[in-house]
Design a protein around this ligand. Structure first.
Ligand code: BGC
Length: 800
């Protein structure tokens, strides 16, 4: 944020009372910050995010339960990352910024930039990639787009929030090198490139400290090392210890606790436990945001244009996983369209990002509107059991067709914020339908709608597979554009699709509720599959086109005379097919054979180029020192081993077309290769790493799990049910929530699951947020006493 705002803000903050300053550190209501009217500091509205606006005009919640105003629902990040196209993401960001302006929203709560550690994470649909470079580039572009409209963003969920199970209470145990190279790297890139106005801290602990209290992660790293100038807010209810969090540099608690925590800040300053300067720093950052937004006026925007943009984004993010002969569809061929999703699209995910779309176009709508003849059969009930009658009907439609387009994928209730998937399968009724369709001998084109990777037992037996992920409100038109060949599929996978869940690097170390050991360290996604030499269904970076491309002439040389780095890789790409199309050129770097353990290759640059048939283009990509470096945790910095690196250019992580060797000097001091960690040096030989190896990498023992008793304010509602008072309390809360959300209609079933999952792992202290201030620190103390069996003391505490 420009320092001019901070200067002005500092002048105003100097005139504020301590109470006023503390008041700026928490929300006024669910979606608004507080004002200091007498000094002209206005409150502003923040709203989800990330791929559309979820502005709630009435009842508020952070789980997508209550209604929100209509907004354009763009494809989710799982899809948009596959575009490998920052310019496109920037345009989408501009449109989001315009919708925020039209609704007087000051900060959009996104992008969501957590790394996909396991395909099971319930929120993977909202996240970009398993790769931090791609994540950082996509996030930066979206941020630049939104902020170009003078609307802020909140890059989230910072940090190491890679599962939904127990997201509010678990402890991510991650070694420093993995933090730096994988989990921080995307945030780092986007912060340095695009300066999001805010970051949002996650709920979880990182190596034993809640994100909100973590000074190293809230201040030292982003502000000290990366130059982050913005403010940091909590995720909704992610505040652990308000006073410690001020010291950590956590500016804004959302949605707030009705002033209770503001009072704790004031009290801590008065008692000399907290310096006023630390409160000032937070108040200045909040005031600067308010000043920056003050001139915004509500400006209408063009929702029709955004609807069209949503179609383009979906189209240019779609990945052709398998290409047979049926696509693009030839005119005049009889078409059977099978699958409930063709009529009732699966186009977005559940939870806080759930958008109320301005329009919704299914594949059937698009076919009807363009007058393309087809026969439709439902084929399966998305949320129902196997139904032979539906399969029969589908087979009848297929019998009359030349080509079958089958729309399959994950049902709505299977992936959501709040819980993870338990497996990677598609519903049985859909697989059975696919088998029946394949058995007809007709060419089958599978169109997939899913928020994450799934296993496809029939993948080698269909003609083609077009992966849409969750394609947003105009996905139907995008699918039809691609099927008809009016557009060329040009998305590339932003995550590996493994063959089986048991192949995934964190298998057995994902989804726990206490310590979550990130045993795999830097071996996330293709970094693992390549090193372990595992077959995969579809590799990272994979995606086909209706045309083909040839690569030639890779050279690597210093970008400037007189210095080794940065380097510039140059190569030529030629469209050798008969149709125009986009190629995504990917440049990876492979480390020297000797030295510190490292992945086989890592994505270091990419470019998307448009080529007419026969056309060639020269692509130049810069490779700076970081492209060759690893994080040396012992020395506390980025280092390079001396030796021969290989620059690789290809069409996916497993389709390397050209290589060029580069000899580089190592950086001082020489790092000692970690030869004593066999699983990390050679995952193909032994996996997973033992506890001993992991602890050696971590440089500390894995912390003991917290004992169940005595209960504390950080005990979860699931845990306190072990006591009588806890059971009664749990039942009361559950009933209240049911009452509160009954009547929110449609998605109540999936919401029921979200609520149950949320309550199970929710720390007691979080109820302060849900109670809108009724649960004061004294009431909370008293409750905890009672759960520990001290009823009288508990009652006394409550009355304090
Ligand atoms: C989610 C955030 C979201 C917030 C507000 C939380 O449950 O984790 O991503 O921005 O709610 O809705």
């Amino acid at each position: 944020m420009a320092t001019e705002w901070q200067k002005k803000a500092a002048e105003l903050v100097a005139q504020m009372t301590l109470e006023e300053k503390a008041s700026l550190c928490s929300g006024k209501i669910f979606w608004e910050t507080k004002a200091v009217e007498r000094l002209g500091v206005q409150s502003f509205m923040v709203t989800d995010g990330p791929h559309g606006l979820r502005k709630q005009a009435g009842e508020a919640d952070h789980l997508g339960l209550n209604a929100s105003v209509e907004a354009t629902c763009f494809p989710t990040a799982a899809a948009t990352a596959c575009s490998f196209d920052p310019a496109l993401l920037r345009q989408m960001g501009e449109a989001l910024g315009e919708e925020c302006r039209a609704e007087s929203v000051g900060v959009l709560l996104g992008p969501a930039a957590n790394i996909k550690r396991s395909p099971l994470c319930g929120r993977n649909f909202e996240y970009f990639s398993e790769d931090p470079l791609l994540t950082g580039e996509m996030a930066a572009a979206l941020i630049e787009g939104v902020q170009s409209r003078n609307v802020g963003t909140s890059m989230k969920h910072y940090l190491a929030n890679n599962q939904e199970k127990a997201r509010v209470s678990s402890n991510s145990v991650v070694d420093e090198r993995a933090l730096r190279e994988i989990y921080l790297a995307g945030f780092e890139r986007a912060v340095k490139k695009a300066q999001p106005w805010t970051l949002m801290c996650s709920y979880n602990q990182i190596n034993g400290t809640y994100a909100s209290d973590n000074k190293r992660l809230m201040t030292d790293v982003p502000r000290g090392e990366w130059g982050f100038e913005g403010a940091i807010m909590t995720d909704w209810g992610a505040m652990n210890d308000r006073v410690q969090a001020i010291r950590a540099g956590l500016d804004l608690e959302m949605p707030g606790t009705g002033g209770a925590n503001d009072a704790l800040i004031v009290q801590a300053v008065r008692q000399g436990r907290l310096s006023e300067a630390e409160v000032d720093a937070c108040a200045v950052r909040m005031t600067a945001l308010a000043l920056r937004l003050a001139a915004n006026t509500a400006t209408p925007c063009d929702k029709n244009a955004h609807h069209e943009l949503a179609r383009r984004v979906a189209r240019e993010s779609a990945v052709l996983l398998r290409r047979g002969t049926a696509l693009p569809l030839e005119k005049g061929r009889r078409l059977a369209v099978i699958g409930e999703f063709a009529q009732r699209p699966r186009y977005q995910g559940a939870g806080s990002s759930k958008i109320n779309p301005t329009r919704l176009v299914s594949l059937c709508d698009a076919l009807d509107e363009r007058g393309v003849p087809y026969a439709y059969a439902r084929g399966f009930a998305a949320e129902g059991a196997a139904d032979p009658a539906l399969v029969e009907e589908a087979l009848r439609a297929a019998a009359q067709a030349d080509v079958v387009v089958a729309m399959v994928g994950l049902p709505d209730s299977w992936e959501s914020e709040g819980f993870d998937r338990a497996h990677m399968e598609l519903p049985e009724n859909q697989n059975a339908l696919m088998e029946a369709l394949i058995a007809t001998g007709k060419p089958v084109v599978a169109v997939l709608s899913t928020g994450g990777a799934v296993t496809l037992p029939w993948r080698e037996r269909v003609d083609s597979i077009l992966l849409m992920y969750l394609a947003g409100q105009n996905g139907g038109n995008a699918i039809l554009d691609l099927l008809l060949g009016e557009a060329d599929p040009c998305g590339r996978l932003a995550e590996t699709w493994p063959l089986a869940l048991t192949d995934t690097p964190c298998h057995g170390f994902f989804g726990g509720s206490g310590n979550v050991e990130y045993r795999e360290s830097v071996y996330v996604g293709y970094r693992y599959y390549d090193k372990a030499r595992r077959e995969v269904a579809y590799p990272f970076g994979h995606g086909l086109s209706y045309t083909d491309f040839a690569y030639s002439g890779l050279t690597v040389r210093p970008a400037k005379t007189g210095s080794d780095l940065p380097l510039e890789a140059e190569l030529t790409v030629t469209n050798i097919g008969a149709r125009a199309g986009h190629e995504v050129v990917q440049v990876y770097v492979a480390p020297p054979a000797e030295g510190t353990f490292r992945p086989v290759r890592e994505l270091r640059a990419f470019a998307k180029v448009w080529l007419e048939p026969g056309e060639s283009r020269t692509v130049r990509l810069a490779l700076d020192q970081r492209a060759f470096a690893f994080y040396d945790a012992a020395a506390g910095g980025w280092r390079m081993d001396e030796g021969e690196y290989t620059v690789e250019a290809g069409a996916s992580s497993r389709d390397i077309r050209l290589t060029a060797p580069v000899r580089l000097e190592g950086s001082e001091p020489e790092a000692a290769p970690a030869k004593t960690l066999p699983s990390y040096c050679d995952p193909a030989a032994s996996w997973p790493p033992s506890r001993e190896q992991f602890e050696a990498l971590l440089g500390a023992p894995v912390p003991p799990e917290r004992p169940l008793r005595p209960f504390t304010s950080n005990s979860t509602l699931g845990q306190v049910r072990a006591s009588l008072a806890g059971r009664i309390f749990y039942r009361t809360i559950r009933k209240n929530m049911e009452k509160q959300f009954s009547g929110t209609g449609d998605g109540m079933e999936e919401f029921g699951r979200i609520i149950d999952a949320m309550l199970e792992d929710m720390p007691l202290r979080q109820l302060a947020m849900l109670s809108g201030g009724a649960m004061t620190p004294a009431v909370l103390d008293g409750l905890v006493e009672m759960m520990n069996g001290h009823y009288l003391r508990g009652l006394k505490n409550m009355r304090r």
